[in-house]
Write a protein that binds this ligand. Structure first.
Ligand SMILES: [Zn+2]
Ligand SMILES: [Zn+2]
Length: 264
């Protein structure tokens, strides 16, 4: 079992202490656990930039935990970078300075609005809003920093104010294919993220994962996107079962940027 997407008190919204997260992951039988604290350079709430992770302290803390628990679990030190054109140089500098294991590149914000909230979709049809979101993901794939994983594709659907919030393939076949083909040609991994409402739901939808597979996509990973202890590994079993039905037999993770495969 593995889980590459977690936030602790080093992130502005994390509620679990790093070491208690490690202990819980071990209890659950997790073999590879990755920290992916937020770096949301463009994330502004009420006109104020949210607290950025103290990267130096975070990095040191995970190195200590890695050593302490080395005989029980593989711990990874990652970052979740909120894509922003203006922040690219800053992120790049951090990856040159520290030896992070991996980077999750995530789109959270469109036109300065967090797509998690319904207000971001004001006066936009689903076609327009999701179209813009998909185009931004496609643009984010050209980020100048070295990222490995594309985070929670479909984040914009979580609380969007449409009767059918799902990003159905038949509504956006051109953009979804363009995005998936680019991900495949860049050798990046797609994360299956379970931080979404609803029984046996995940981002992206299994419909999109099926299309990814059809187009030749092979690299996938799992992320609970947990911010508290009770969500570590959440949904892992159903995701793996479904991915196997689609034809996937491995998940992947990255150690110092090196691809590792994990049989499921
Ligand atoms: Zn995220
Ligand atoms: Zn996250």
């Amino acid at each position: 079992m593995l889980d590459l997407h977690s936030h602790t008190t080093f992130s502005f919204d994390g509620r679990q202490e790093p070491e208690e997260a490690v202990r819980r992951a071990i209890e659950l039988g997790c073999k590879v656990f990755g920290f992916s604290e937020h770096l949301d350079y463009d994330y502004v709430v009420n006109g104020m930039q949210v607290c950025l992770t103290d990267v130096e302290a975070y990095y040191k803390n995970v190195q200590t935990l890695k050593q302490k628990y080395a005989d029980r679990i593989t711990l990874l030190c990652g970052l979740e970078c909120g894509f922003d054109l203006m922040a690219q140089g800053y992120y790049k500098g951090l990856f040159e300075k520290y030896s992070f294991d991996y980077c999750i590149n995530s789109v959270h914000v469109l036109e300065k609005k967090d797509l998690y909230f319904a207000e971001a979709f004001m006066r936009k049809s689903k076609k327009q809003a999701y179209g813009e979101y998909l185009k931004l993901i496609i643009e984010s794939l050209d980020a100048c920093y070295d990222y490995h994983i594309i985070g929670h594709i479909g984040y914009a659907t979580r609380n969007a104010p449409y009767p059918d919030r799902k990003m159905n393939y038949n509504e956006f076949p051109g953009l979804i294919d363009e995005m998936l083909k680019k991900i495949i040609s860049f050798d990046k991994a797609i994360e299956v993220n379970t931080n979404v409402e609803g029984e046996e739901s995940c981002l992206p939808s299994f419909e999109i994962m099926e299309r990814y597979r059809e187009l030749g996509g092979r690299l996938i990973t799992f992320g609970s996107d947990c911010h508290s202890l009770n969500r570590i590994m959440d949904g892992y079993a159903f995701v793996v079962k479904k991915l196997k039905c689609i034809g996937f037999s491995e998940l992947c993770y990255f150690e110092k940027g090196e691809l590792r495969l994990f049989k499921i």
